[in-house]
Write a protein of this length. Structure first.
Length: 400
């Protein structure tokens, strides 16, 4: 536990047990902290499946949903490094049908949409930083959101594949002109499509070959592999009484089967150990054996704030939902970035980067302290409890 006060680190497990596991607010939780490349703390609490009395284990498989996004973004930046695509390339270079996309002005999908021209073309950087003008149907904010819901755009259980997804988006307007606002969206699913198209191989094959295999992420993929179904955790939703109901049964989960729609925005399952390997790669750019995944300067570019004007998210966001608290937080190329720790009202470091998933999973990387933390649980939605903020406070308070 070099660099940490062991007694203070032990507060993490005690807090999660007393506040969440014992009262039944969370069925299970797992935390892994590394410091300077070495394990510093790990705790496993509760159950993976309450109904079947399966305890949470080191090899439990979790739905990580939007923690898929940094993986997809890293894959795309590998192609940037190879000169196959540039951040300022217009998206229509690779998706010609999107060249004429306009900005919503009026109308519905049933009546037809009126649009105005964009003030600037959508660029690759807009996809990475969620300034592309795309959205998610679950935002329930606009007529464009409603069209996404009607067409099931971005929903992993939908029929169809990435080609159909791209074709459907070509028929809908943008929420705003690219680069003028921030909106959490299906942009990273578009990046997954682009990785496959630019690399000339299926997206899922590319990230297996270039990321998962070098890092030894043997349990990470777009579905639970044969023979591993017993390791998939149940997913829960909160009840009004402060307990949980089953949201996705691991015995019948859609994650047991290979999807038609391979979602670079939210489709992966993984384990804590696997994602720790990925978080460490986002800290150093390398695998444990020294194999370099991404260049040092490329990693620095990814983890800088790319919001126009250098502002934080409240100044630019139109989104009603995200995996980040906004104040003092900007956005890089696939990850949120702390720009002003004082504004976040949490301990931390300027320049740390992070993201989470819909089932309350979370990770962060602090390059100043050479620290990573991965938190796994299975409760939807992620906004139910402030456990992420509490965990950050507990871990940082334990630094020596």
């Amino acid at each position: 536990m070099s660099g940490f006060d062991p007694a203070r680190l032990d507060r993490v497990g005690a807090f999660l047990t007393g506040r969440y596991i014992a009262p039944g607010k969370l069925v299970g939780a797992q935390v892994a902290v590394t410091h300077r490349g070495e394990p510093a703390y790990a705790v496993t609490l509760g159950h993976a499946d309450r109904k079947r009395a399966v305890p949470l284990a080191d090899d439990t498989i979790f739905r990580i949903y939007s923690m898929t996004k940094p993986v997809t973004s890293l894959a795309f930046m590998m192609l940037v490094e190879e000169g196959l695509v540039a951040l300022d390339d217009p998206v229509h270079r690779f998706i010609p049908a999107w060249k004429g996309l306009g900005v919503f002005a009026a109308g519905t999908r049933a009546t037809g949409f009126a649009t105005t021209p964009t003030s600037a073309p959508m660029r690759m950087v807009d996809l990475l930083r969620h300034t592309a003008g795309l959205t998610y149907g679950f935002q329930n904010r606009t007529n464009v959101d409603a069209a996404y819901r009607q067409l099931k755009i971005g929903e992993m259980e939908k029929a169809g594949d990435l080609d159909g997804f791209i074709a459907a988006l070509a028929k809908l307007p943008l929420e705003f002109s690219p680069g003028s606002a921030w909106n959490y969206s299906v942009a990273t699913d578009v990046l997954g499509y682009l990785v496959g198209r630019i690399a000339g191989e299926p997206f899922e094959a590319f990230i297996r070959r270039r990321i998962f295999d070098p890092l030894g992420m043997v349990d990470t993929g777009f579905h639970v592999r044969d023979g591993q179904a017993h390791r998939l955790a149940a997913c829960y939703s909160p009840t009004a009484e402060g307990g949980t109901d089953l949201q996705d049964d691991p015995a019948t989960s859609s994650f047991l089967n290979a999807p038609a729609f391979v979602s670079g925005g939210g489709g992966l399952v993984s384990t804590t150990a696997d994602y720790v390997r990925f978080a460490e790669a986002l800290l150093t750019g390398t695998a444990a054996d020294g194999t370099r995944l991404i260049g040092r300067k490329t990693l620095a570019l990814m983890t800088a704030n790319h919001l126009p004007g250098g502002v934080d998210l409240p100044a630019l966001s139109k989104s009603l939902f995200s995996e980040a608290a906004y104040d003092g937080v900007g956005f890089g190329l696939g990850v949120a970035v702390t720009t002003d720790p004082a504004k976040t009202l949490m301990p931390g470091s300027k320049g740390e980067y992070f993201w989470g998933g819909a089932a309350s999973t979370f990770f962060w990387v602090d390059p100043v302290e050479h620290l990573t933390c991965v938190f796994m649980t299975q409760l939807m939605p992620s906004s139910t409890y402030p456990v992420r903020r509490e965990l950050r406070t507990l871990v940082y308070s334990a630094l020596d």
